[in-house]
Design a binder for this molecule. Sequence first.
Ligand code: DAH
Length: 339
Amino acid sequence: MLEKIENIKSEINAFVVNNPDTLEQFRLKFLSRKGLLNDLFEDFKNVDKSQKGPVGKALNELKNLAQGKFDSAKEIIENSSAGENKIDDYTLPGRTYNIGTKHLITQALEDITKIFERIGFKVAGGFEIENEYYNFDALNTPDYHPSRDMQDTFYLNSEGKDKNYLLRTQTSPAQIHVMQNQQPPVRIISPGKCYRNEAISARSLSMFHQVEGLYVDKGVTFRELKGTLDYFAKEFFGKDLKTRLRPSFFPFTEPSGEMDVECYLCKGKGCRICKYTGWLEILGCGMVDPNVFVNVGYDPEIYTGYAFGMGIERTLMIRHGVPDIRMFYENDIRFLKQF
Ligand code: DAH
């Protein structure tokens, strides 16, 4: 009998229980009513009285061994299948991940680019670091010219041979680079960053974006400029907002104009945002001044052209009713995720 108990003990130890099926097989083989342990307890009744002590003790140890192995295996298997159930529970609320979007300025630059590409404009690059020649002189703005005072320039070096390097105050120098490298017809837009030494306020920052436009060919007229800008305004702001063109002055265009869009807030009635005029200015424009053509080697007797430059932040403030220009760069997710 003791030998039999030893054999079954080795069988119990060798039995691999690692899933619900093998657990049930283990139970049937050793612990059920028809299992091996029950048979042994039956046999125990016939054991000689003198042997009952040691055999009974061995038998109890065997039972504890089998029951212990069963209980701990059961717990492990149930815990691991409970884990699987958790993954499979599709009724639990999901985890949310915030998906980023393109910044509003990037979106606007892409929108504007597409609008102009549809009517034949190509994108031209530009440089954020320029010198006085490209930012001012070539654009018909010599250093005695009062309009230099209109733009407070960040100079990069106030002494030495590089003293005329600066952060461009406008995207207009891109026009000069394009015309120096290409003969008419020229039809480009050039988006990018500009810098001015301005006091920071709700309406101005020292860094902002512009999109420059230039079209030069034989016989380009002011009427085409107006048509192009009207087309742009309708595509970008929608058909309902009215626009108007006002005479203005820029050194590099003659005649010059500024385009206004009906105030988004008061719809033209007059309010604090539009300083009670009903209009908000979005761009400067005009016919390219003959002096600019001379500077880049184009013959002003043969070619005419128009140019325009618009402020992006300003334009977006109008389109979305953003009250403070600083909101574009605060990176507040509550603002950014609205676009
Ligand atoms: N560069 C001008 C500015 O920053 C905007 C501008 C006006 C650009 C007229 C032009 C133009 O190309 O023709 O205020």
